[in-house]
Every structure is written in C-alpha cells, then in structure tokens.
Design a protein around this ligand. Sequence first.
Ligand SMILES: Nc1nc2c(ncn2[C@@H]2O[C@H](COP(=O)(O)OP(=O)(O)OP(=O)(O)O)[C@@H](O)[C@H]2O)c(=O)[nH]1
Ligand SMILES: [Mg+2]
Length: 603
Amino acid sequence: MLRNIAIIAHVDHGKTTLVDGLLAQAGTFAAHEEIAERVMDSMDLERERGITILAKNTAIQVGDVKINIVDTPGHADFGGEVERVLKMVDGAILLVDASEGPLPQTRFVLRKALEAGLRIMVCINKIDRPDARIQEVENEVYDLFIDLDAEEDQLEFPMVYACAKEGWCTMDPSEKEENLGCLFQNIIDFFPEPDGDADASLQFLVTQLGYDPYLGRLAIGRIVNGSIHSRDELLLCGEDSERKIKVNQLYTWQGLKRVETQLAKAGEIIAIAGIAELNIGDTLTAIDDPRPLPRTKIDEPTIGITLLANTGPFSGREGKYVTARQIRERLEKEMLHNVALRLQDDGNMEAMKVYGRGELQLAILLEQMRREGFEMCISKPEVVTIEENGVTKEPYEIASLDFPDTFIGVVTEKMNLRKGRMLEMKQAGSGRVRVEFRVPARGLIGFRGEFLNDTRGQGILNTLYDGFDTQAGYIPYRLNGSLVADRKGKTTTYALFGLQPRGKLCVGVGIEVYEGMIVGECSRENDMNVDATKAKQLTNFRSSGADEKLILAPPIQITLEKAMEFIAEDELVEITPENIRLRKKELAGNKRSVVRGEKKKKK
Ligand SMILES: Nc1nc2c(ncn2[C@@H]2O[C@H](COP(=O)(O)OP(=O)(O)OP(=O)(O)O)[C@@H](O)[C@H]2O)c(=O)[nH]1
Ligand SMILES: [Mg+2]
C-alpha cells in the first residue's frame, strides 16, 4: 500500500519538525545514528536561516504501508515550489500553529491544495505553547475552508493536535499522548491509495529537478499511469519538442536516502537519472503511444532586479567568477530548476534582469552565487508591471501586520504613505493588534526593516500575493540621502568620528573604500560626499593617546537583504564572496548630483 502526502503550512508552523518526528518514529534511523534537528533542511542556507527553501521528498514505512512525504517551504516567496509539488501527491496535512492560527501563507497553500483536488487533513501544532488558543484556531481553520469554497465533504477532515517538537499528537487536546501514533493512523486511513493504472501507457510528469554529483541531473515526479523499468527507452515531451531518451537508473525514497530500483509503477514518486536537458513540466511517455500531460502553470513573478558585472575598482579582487558571461550562464542554469524565477530573455549581457516572487527568493539566489565565488552588482528591486487594455497594472499584496497596539498610529501612517489600504483590524490578544492592508508590492520594498524599527522589533509582517491591479501613485521611498566616499583609501577613526554627526555609518575603521562607495546613511535628504580616509594632521606636539578617546558607535551591519532594501535607483549593491558594499551607479563625484528625493522630482 502507498500514500503520497505533502505537509503544507505558513512559515515556521513546524512542518520540518513534524517530519523529523515521523521519520524518527517510523524507525527510519538506526539506533547509533545521530539525527540533526530539522534534518530535511539540508542546504547550508536553510540551516542557517532556519527555513525550508526547497521542497524535499522522503518516505517512511509503517507496517505494509509506504508513505511518501514531501516537506514544503512555508515562506511566501517559495509559493511556486509548493504549487508544483502538490501535483505529485494525493493529500496534504495542513499544519496550523495553535497560537498564531491561519496566516496568509496558510490561505495560499490551502487554496492551491483545494484547487488541486487533494484530500486535506488538519493538524493544529504547537499545542504546548503557553499562549495556545486551540478552540479559536480550530474555528478560524473552518472559517478559512468555507471562505475558500471547500466542498461539503472536504470539511469533514480529521483534526489532530500535535506537539511536533516533543514528537506526540492526540485527537483530544485535553489528553497528552506518548507518540505520533494517531497521526500515522490517520494518514493511512484518511488518505487514498494513489490511483493510476500500472498497465496503461506511461505518463510521468517532471515536477522537480534534483542534482547528484555522481548521477547528474535527476528528474523527480510521479508516475501518473503505467510503469517504468530502468533502461527503458521513452519519449520526452518538452514544451514544443520531443525526443527519445534512455532511462539509466530509477530511484525511490527510503527515509532520507534514494534507493535504486528496477521497476516503478503508477502512483510512485521516483527520481530518474541519466536524462540531460529536461525541464520541469515535461512528460515522459511511451514512444509508441505518447500521452503528454498538461504543463503546470504557476503564478507569475512580481519583482525583479538587474544584475551587472562588477565594474567597481575592486572588481575581481575577491571573486572567482566576475564576467557578465559567467553570471549569465549561472543564471540560465538556475532557471532550469527554479521555475518561479524568470530571466529576461533578451541576451543582454550588460544588464540581466531576473524576476522572482519576492526579495527573499532573489536574495537566496544571490547568496548562493556569492558562496560559489561570483561577484556582481545589483540594482534596486523593482516590481513587474503589465499592460491590460491600455492600463498599466502592478502587483498587489495583502500584508498582515501583527504588533503591539501602542504602535498603531505610526504603522498606519507609514502604510498610508506606501499606498496601503486597511482591510481589517482585529485585536489579537495580549495588547496586540492584527491589521490587514492591501498594498502595492512596490510599497513593501524596504518596509520590513522600517516596520521592525517602528515596532521596536516586536512586529510580525506576513505578505500574500494578491494579483495585478491599477498602478498606485508615487510612493516616497527612502527619505534620507547617502554619505558617499569621495576618494580611495582606508577609513580612519578620526575621519569616521567626524562623520558620525552626519548620519549612520555602515563601515568600520580600516575598511578600504573608493570614490562613489556609500559609507553610511545621511541624516538629511541629500547625498553628501565625504572624506572617510582623513588622517589626523600631525603636529609637532605629541598628544599621546588622543586618538584613543574617539569612540565610534558600531557600524550598521549590512546584510544582503538590508542592502537590497536600502539602495535607491541611482545606487547599486556590490556583492562579492567576502563583502557586501553599497555604491553609487556613477562613481565619479563630479558627474553626479547630490540632490535627491522630492526636490529632484520637482526639477
Ligand atoms: N513550542 C513548540 N515549538 C515548535 C513545535 N514544533 C516546531 N516548533 C518550533 O517552531 C520553529 C519552526 O519549526 P520548523 O519545523 O522549521 O517550521 P517549518 O514549518 O518547517 O518552517 P518553514 O519550512 O521555514 O516554513 C522551530 O524553532 C521549532 O523548534 C511545537 O510543537 N511546539
Ligand atoms: Mg521547514
């Protein structure tokens, strides 16, 4: 017997932790094996950030039932990934945090799961939280199903209450249990055996692409109908071409491992090695009876950045790959398996435009490239616009903000500036409010940092894509100018100390700067060209230790995401394996104006 399920939820509601529990209790690991927490989050960046970026497969064996489980990412930027893997499964466990309740991404993934016609079971997780409000969350979940037009029978789902972290669940929230037994039982009883006819003509939909250093590219997906033997000759139906291919090895999952198999039948989720050049959405089918499946369509990207080769004076110092051609090749490779990303296809080497679902998704790509040794510059993120019946439209998002109610004034004001329209305001308990705004995606660029600042780090921001709509007006973006280095050299304590009253610095002492590099945020609206390398004039009088008295405030740490949020249209982020620098597009001070913002617009 076989079950194919996905675990879906809003970010951080505990999907990966629950998979840990399922793996451990199904006896997947040998006694001596040491298991990392959130073992499915295997990429470096995933472990560092504590979020899942790529959906991943695993399988467990419970008695004579094999359960294929797909762990999905919960962050809104990776929604495209979730949308796709839902095509591979027959059911989904919707996980909801017992305190936070359904959040924007819960809605998104549930809608996609309902659209895909999956059976859905609900699991309220983190019931150990002291602020758990199980009954209310339960009602909110039912409301959400109804809101999304679930069919009558889709409302009759089993409800399991879990503490994934401690590895137990229960059908009755007032009683604690020892293990995840009732979840296993419900998975087996509630989800259907995959349909599909093993004797029919083959149909295999490529849903994910994997990579193995020894095997090369792996095509991952589900056998919808028919069977595949290793060494089969098959027809690969691409978007607008067909060709014959030969299957090398076939794999299924066992725990976290791929195991080779000779034969796989309808319903199984498998990986196929040995096929070069195939894309997500392609179908593998029989040569004598080809039946390609419809290609998966996923939501369009909403935000884009321009990548340029690094032309700054430090170009090539820290990176291995610096030319535009290398960057373009890397991007083209990425597009093959990251279908929620799009590379503008104009062959332009000077400025390569990459579009994605959000800033985080783009930042992850850049971070990966940086670690591989790439060096590049990027422009300020901008939203995608489309023309519809002569009207220019831009993407909108539903932003839901959760913060202490004392900040309601300042947050509402900021949202208004960014053309956000309030949809709903609710008390969220313990002095917090939850407010929903509909806001142009453009208005959210750079908002997260500001919002965290305004709410003293206590705010939670979630966003959900809400389609294209008529373009909103001008949105004031960054109110402050930049402090720009006016010459090459190393920063000195003396110079930086003198600059402190001018704004917030983002470089420390002894950092190499160049003309046109941004060393801080100016406290005024204009840019200011400054000398950050000035040394103290030496005099004949020795004033011992005078320099040590100059105490500098620690510089602002610029992370990639912060940098992307910060820069203005005439600025760039320079990314190298070792550093993230901010710079003016035009480096030479005498070729650029320091006037910015409103004043510049009026001119
Ligand atoms: N208190 C409590 N915390 C939990 C429970 N389950 C998970 N957590 C914590 O919640 C955090 C997020 O868990 P993850 O498993 O990474 O969540 P996720 O849904 O996989 O997150 P994404 O993949 O990024 O969407 C971790 O710090 C877990 O330790 C639980 O039952 N109770
Ligand atoms: Mg996860």
